[in-house]
Ligand binder design. Structure first.
Ligand code: 3HC
Ligand code: NAI
Length: 693
């Protein structure tokens, strides 16, 4: 007894063999772990003195799944289904002892055990769907046999983690043991199983729940219908559903064969490759080469927000949500009250949906203090400005803040486009100034662009990144340029969308292929949602663009019931003859001849210039790595994760194709257009963005 290999260990206590896995950080089921488990189980089986087994993990968690870093490499025996078969077919009862998160392959191993115990803080889930996969080691066949098909459908398609108490109630966990006492509790449980001569409970043999659902195809039809919007474009949810259907309709081994086939299909496809790439990309963003993880950070106990408009209110909510008090400054009482009113309404809506307790609404509102005096921000550790997008106004605010804020306070701007260095120049402490660019609605959208000025200090950057994590955001560090990463690339797309209106495409012609591509909506629908009058004023409007004419007609977007589209009471969009006429009039005036533009061209014209802009962003070192750009687009603009972000997508198209198409379209791309030298070089060398490390 003792070490089985470098990552597994076998010990014996009172006739119970304990196989311990120690493979930090998350005990992923690497080849060595799989091999260790099989050897441990075989050794324990062969030893007559051993009556039962416990499978437990050291460190922060039970096995968190298959080792994702091994995906795409040739599989090495024993592969996971074999490991589970060995466990399940052991002649002595095996108990899984769960703490932390039993996820994916980890939960599948636990389902292959005869019994499962867990501490109350543990969580279980099958999150493969987030990687564009399905549980490929029997999870889709065993889980419904315990929790029933309906609950299994929810778990495999959402990837949600359920807590140990819920899992216990559902029969997934046989016994809860005291927090901190997992090893002793699991051994005691295993001894009890042996003493009581309990049967070897194989999940594969539990057929009641699946049989009860047989002959009821509506369970699946209804589930598909209810979730159609959420699953749009993704293959993995549908494949997961088919596996649960197989669990209900077929004998276990046949169901397992269906699971295997569909798993391999997903694993070989581009969607899963994209989603696995996104998994790692989301973890890369936190790694900043010249700001190492041991950079000192500053405590943020009190936050100030300037401006209680669209953004300021949402920004303040992020901090109140995690218990940090916020002082909100406005210029007029009326604006302050309106802003605080919107925040209250947001919290109350969440409470009505059952996602927030009524007392928490008051608790969070109690953390927000409104004021008209900037001086009240003197003791804040972080102050975020969210006033009008105007350099003079922002510089005025930062000049004042420089006099008011305590030394050591971080001064941040939520500007969408403006130069953080110029804003910082209004202070005597540019090293304390940073951009914190939230996305609208700021309490909902996951993305935060952290904009590093030329003089921003490393502790200010490290603190901002850490704080972003605390408030549940994905932060991407970017440099100063007009529009930073996201809006700069968006501008490249919008310019083409506009241009195509003057070549013969209607707004809905442009929006449709982008929606079908997987974007939440096309550029014109997005304009209508945001409001066409952002930055527009009646006084200066000159009827010089389609958008100006629409605003002059009070077609200012969804909020006025019409914009590029007409909207009905339920805000369903319909192509508008009014808009069509405006566009045709503009074309007639310009003497332009309309032509038929293919959906393929629309995609290329909208997306390839974005990729080109992304390449420039890399050349200029505005983003650290291509995958950071992809994280911006997935979390800030709803780019479909199954296409991995614009830079990953470019790699799948092939950079040589992107360059060739850009050259073909170049005469239509506008006078200022040119191909990024980086993009051209990579294409010529047959390389990908992913090769840039
Ligand atoms: N394989 C390999 N590495 C993994 C991993 C896995 N399954 N899960 C996490 N890691 C790595 C991360 O990449 C990260 O590495 P880094 O420190 O070098 O960046 C490190 O472990 C820590 O991860 P997190 O930063 O995410 O740590 P958290 O504590 O925030 O979260 C977690 C821990 C909840 C376990 C989270 O990592 C997670 O959700 N992991 C993925 C779980 C998953 O998807 N499992 C299913 C895998 S697919 C499968 O099992 C297929 C099977 O059905 C056949
Ligand atoms: P908004 O017009 O809704 O709100 C601005 C608020 O600031 C107003 O309530 C105004 O009264 C207040 N204000 C103006 N000057 C002030 C001062 N000196 N002191 C205190 N309060 C003052 O504008 P919105 O949309 O919230 O934008 C704010 C900033 O956020 C802008 O820089 C904008 O570019 C940026 N932003 C906007 C996004 C959006 O989708 N609306 C997205 C991301 C960033």
């Amino acid at each position: 007894m003792g070490a089985i290999n470098a990552v597994t260990d076998l010990s014996v206590e009172d006739g119970i063999a304990i196989i311990t896995i120690n493979y930090p950080p998350v005990n992923a089921l690497s080849h060595a772990v799989r091999e260790g488990i099989v050897q441990g189980v075989q050794q324990a089986s062969a030893d007559a003195a051993i009556k039962g087994l416990v499978l437990i993990c050291d460190g922060r968690t039970f096995m968190a799944g298959a080792d994702i870093t091994e995906f795409g490499k040739p599989p090495k025996s024993p592969w996971l289904p074999e490991v589970i078969e060995v466990i399940e077919n052991t002649s002595k009862p095996v108990t899984a002892a769960i703490h932390g998160t039993a996820l994916g392959g980890g939960l599948e191993v636990a389902l292959g055990c005869h019994y499962r115990v867990a501490v109350p803080s543990a969580k279980c889930g099958l999150p493969e769907v987030h990687l564009g996969l399905l549980p490929g080691a029997g999870g889709t066949q065993r889980l419904p046999r315990i929790v029933g098909p309906q609950k299994a459908l929810e778990m495999v398609t959402s990837g949600a983690h359920i807590d140990a108490k819920t899992a216990h109630a559902a029969g997934l966990i046989d016994e809860l043991v005291a927090e901190g006492g997992l090893r002793a509790g699991a051994i005691a449980f295993a001894k009890k199983v042996v003493a009581e001569n309990r049967p070897l409970k194989k999940v594969r043999d539990l057929n009641d729940k699946v049989e009860a659902a047989r002959g009821q195809p509506e369970i699946f039809a209804d589930f598909r219908k209810a979730n159609a919007r959420k699953f749009r474009g993704f293959l993995a949810p549908e494949y997961n559903i088919r596996c649960i259907e197989a669990a209900v309709n077929l004998p276990f081994d046949e169901g397992l064969a269906v699971e295997r086939k569909l798993f391999q299909e997903l694993m070989g496809g581009v969607q899963s490759a994209a989603q696995r790439y996104v998994f790692f990309a989301e973890r890369e963003v936190w790694k900043i080469p010249d700001v190492p993880s041991d950079t000192p950070t500053l405590p943020i106990a009190k936050v100030g927000v300037i401006g209680a408009g669209t953004m300021g209110g949402g920004i303040a909510m992020n901090f109140a949500n995690v218990g940090i008090p916020v002082t909100i400054v406005e210029t007029k009482q009326e604006a302050l009250e309106r802003g605080l009113g919107v925040i209250r309404k947001n919290y109350e809506t969440t409470a009505k949906r059952g996602k927030l307790k009524a007392e928490d609404v008051e608790k969070r509102m109690g953390l927000l203090t409104g004021t008209l005096e900037l001086e009240k921000l003197a003791d804040c550790d972080l102050i975020i400005e969210a006033v009008f997008e105007n350099m003079d106004v922002k510089k005025d605010v930062f000049g004042k803040l420089d006099r008011i804020a305590k030394q050591g306070a971080i001064l941040a701007s939520n500007t969408s486009y403006l130069d953080i260095n110029e804003i910082a120049s209004a202070t005597s402490r540019p090293e304390w100034v940073i951009g914190l660019h939230f996305f609208s609605p700021a309490n909902v959208m996951r993305l935060l662009e952290v904009v590093r000025g030329a003089k921003t200090s490393k502790p200010v950057i490290a603190t901002s990144m850490q704080l972003a994590k605390k408030i549940g955001k994905v932060a991407v560090l970017v440099g100063v340029c007009h529009g930073f990463v996201g809006n700069r690339m968006l501008a490249a797309r919008q310019a083409q969308a506009q241009a195509m209106l003057m070549e013969g495409a209607m707004p809905w012609d442009v929006d449709k292929p982008l929606y079908d591509f997987g974007m939440p909506m096309g550029p014109f629908a997005m304009g209508d949602l945001a409001g066409l009058d952002i930055g527009w004023s009646k006084e200066t409007s000159k009827s010089s663009t389609v958008r100006e004419v629409l605003c002059e007609m009070d077609r200012r977007g969804q909020k006025t019931g019409a914009g590029f589209y007409d909207y009905d009471e339920q805000r369903n969009a319909k192509p508008s003859p009014v808009t069509e006429k405006i566009i045709k009039d503009f074309m007639a005036k310009a003497g332009a001849t309309p032509r038929q533009i293919s959906e393929q061209e629309i995609i290329e014209r909208c997306i390839y210039p974005m990729i080109n802009e992304g390449a420039r962003i890399l050349e200029e070192k505005i983003a650290i790595r291509p995958s950071d750009i992809d994280i911006v687009w997935i979390n800030g603009y709803g780019w479909p994760a199954y296409r991995g972000g614009p830079m990953f997508y470019a790699d799948t198209v092939g950079l040589a194709t992107v360059v060739a198409k850009l050259k073909e379209h170049a005469p239509k791309l506008g006078a200022g257009f040119s191909i990024s030298p980086l993009l051209e070089k990579l294409a010529a060398e047959g390389r990908k963005f992913q090769d840039l490390k």
